[in-house]
Design a binder for this molecule. Structure first.
Ligand SMILES: [Zn+2]
Length: 61
């Protein structure tokens, strides 16, 4: 009996949930853990990324 209102909405999961996204640098598809993960691991490793992106970081769909 888990039918209780107030559960996590599917929309939130769809937006922020882990999924495959395209890297902003090499455009390769990589498993992203969340919507803020826009750079694939390879690019991150090859470049020095500062911890935390700017607040006005444009979210490109
Ligand atoms: Zn990349």
């Amino acid at each position: 009996m888990r039918n209780r209102s107030g559960a996590v909405t599917a929309d939130a999961v769809t937006i922020d949930g882990p999924k495959e996204r395209n890297c902003l640098r090499c455009r390769a598809v990589f498993p992203s853990e969340w919507i803020g993960e826009r750079i694939c691991r390879r690019c991150k490793d090859s470049q020095i990324w500062r911890s935390g992106l700017p607040a006005n970081f444009s979210v490109v769909r």
